[in-house]
Design a protein around this ligand. Structure first.
Ligand code: ADP
Ligand code: MG
Length: 509
């Protein structure tokens, strides 16, 4: 499909989400749409899919103006969209979801299940998106649900497929599989609009990249020649540091000391298997690993969210084993949790309330059992300013902020308290480049103020950029921490379970 958007403008109260956007997508092309959170990417795609009506501008498909009164018109014109939040019926099977509205029926209207199932299986195989047609959608992993969404669009013969932040819910391996499938679609002449704020992904998959900033197209680039630095600067609108400057660490006394830590799940499966390490004041110890190798239960155990079966965790010489989360936080531990929506924020509470979560019942925020609203609000205003949290006001519910701003809110609260140990788990997940730079700088600053920092991240680049010592988790066991430098390749091999002695003996040290 040849698609052209001309002068698309969309206003929401108080914001111009799309400002005279021009965009051309060629047949068989993967067109990357790059932009920070809030740049207007989803809005533009919702217009193209008929969900929103543009205030101005027109859409041309193969040179013909396209009038859209809803997604039905877009689908009929050969446009398919996979949203950031899936729109599947959880209790239906894969085949039922894919055929919803276009069901195969026998004469007299009986559903032809066998045929539906077979058709879906064939389509899935042909498209490089394997799924079981008879599986119930809610039982499937997120990455597989995404395949169902894509298949649904392909089944309706989408000639242009819009993928809105598809990799946000995928592991690096799953993202590679998706890219492979995308290459298959374009080989068949389909066009794809690929949305992401990750530069590396655009360089891996896009034939052409358009950069959107504050509703405007600020540039179009060729991924073969544009550098990540150029793209980042274009996206953010100022020169950004992709790798933060980090002076040499000055490690001091031990703050976190973990000995023989064992965590099991309710079924008795060992999730954290006899883990030993320590983190000193003034250093960043980073834990790398493919997700699901015990990092999550390790962090939860260290921060009072998970029961410890055996072993001991001490912070500044005091055991916090078996203590409540509140006790742990009060012992001088800051925690940026992996699941910010669940463990980090209360969506219905205001920005100000979230900034005193776990602190509100003590001075200066409460005196004689009375909340000090003026203190709470002044505190919030100061942090919102210092951490550049984009929010209409400190009274806004935290849940209505963008993901990146929610993350900055948690980071602001946890970094601002006087703490001895900072546990940061996937601190930049779902966060755009400008904010990543900011959070990385703050982590290093925290370290240099004499905090012990434990960073857990499945982003290998992040680990390598920030670690003073690096550890790797594999099948619940932890190897290291090893002093940096350790090569990316070596960490990658340990992430796949290779013996560290063997891997590191080959390293220039
Ligand atoms: P992106 O997908 O690039 O993160 P969006 O298109 O979601 O950005 O948002 C662009 C801007 O439009 C943001 O400022 C956002 O708050 C605003 N916006 C998006 N959808 C709506 C809506 N339905 N009502 C009001 N404002 C909206
Ligand atoms: Mg979006």
């Amino acid at each position: 499909m040849h698609l052209e958007l001309r002068g698309i403008t969309k206003r929401f109260p108080g914001v111009v989400a799309n400002d005279a956007v021009d965009l051309v997508v060629e047949p068989g092309q993967v067109h990357g749409l790059l932009g920070e959170n809030g740049a207007g990417k989803s809005t533009l795609m919702n217009i193209l899919y008929g969900l929103y009506r543009a205030d101005e501008g027109e859409i041309l498909v193969d040179g013909q103006p396209l009038e859209l009164d809803g997604p039905g018109d877009a689908i009929a014109a050969g446009i398919g969209m996979v949203h950031q939040h899936f729109m599947l019926v959880p209790v239906f099977t894969v085949a039922e979801n894919i055929l919803l509205g276009v069901e195969r029926t026998h004469q007299l209207g009986r559903l032809d299940r066998a045929r539906s199932s077979r058709e879906v299986r064939e389509l899935a195989e042909r498209s490089g998106l394997p799924v079981d047609p008879d599986a119930i959608v809610e039982d499937l992993a997120v990455g597989v649900q995404q395949r169902v969404e894509i298949l649904k669009a392909l089944y309706r013969d989408a000639r242009l497929l819009i993928l809105d932040e598809p990799t946000a819910v995928l592991t690096p391996q799953e993202a590679d599989d998706l890219f492979e499938a995308i290459r298959g679609f374009t080989a068949e002449g389909r066009s794809v609009i690929f949305i992401s704020h990750k530069l590396r992904e655009h360089r891996a998959i896009a034939d052409r990249i358009s950069v959107l900033r504050r509703g405007r197209i600020v540039g179009t680039a060729d991924p073969r020649t544009a550098t990540e630095q150029e793209l980042a600067n274009l996206m953010v609108g100022r020169p950004v540091e992709l790798v933060v400057d980090k002076p040499r660490a000055q490690p001091q006394d031990i703050v976190l000391d973990v000995t023989n830590l064992v965590v099991q799940d309710l079924a008795g499966t060992t999730l954290v298997d006899d883990v030993n390490f320590e983190v000193r004041r003034g250093e960043i110890v980073a834990v790398a690993g493919v997700e699901g190798n015990g990092q999550t239960p390790l962090v939860r155990a260290l921060t009072g969210l998970e029961t410890i079966l055996s072993g001991d965790v001490t912070v500044s010489g005091v055991s916090v084993t078996g203590r409540t989360r509140k006790d742990v936080l009060r012992a001088g531990v800051g925690h940026v949790p992996e699941d910010r929506a669940h463990d980090g924020l209360v969506a219905d509470f205001s920005v100000a309330e979230n900034l005193v979560l776990n602190l509100w019942d003590a001075e200066p925020f409460a005196k004689h059992a009375t909340l000090q609203f003026r203190e709470i609000d002044a505190h919030a205003k100061r942090l919102v300013e210092a951490y550049d949290v984009r929010t209409p006001s400190t009274a806004t519910p935290a849940g209505s902020l963008s993901g990146g701003n929610q993350q900055k809110l948690v980071v602001a609260r946890e970094f601002d308290r006087p703490i001895d140990l900072l546990v940061a788990s996937q601190p930049t997940r779902g966060v755009d480049v400008g904010s990543i730079e900011y959070i990385h700088r703050q982590l290093v600053a925290k370290r240099d103020q004499g905090t012990a920092v434990l960073l857990v991240s499945s982003e290998l680049d992040e680990v390598l950029a920030l670690a003073d010592r690096v550890a790797v988790m594999f099948h619940g066991r932890l190897v290291g921490p090893f002093p940096m430098p350790v090569s990316k390749e070596a960490v990658g091999r340990m992430m796949a379970g290779a013996d560290p002695d063997e891997v590191l003996s080959g390293e220039p040290r």
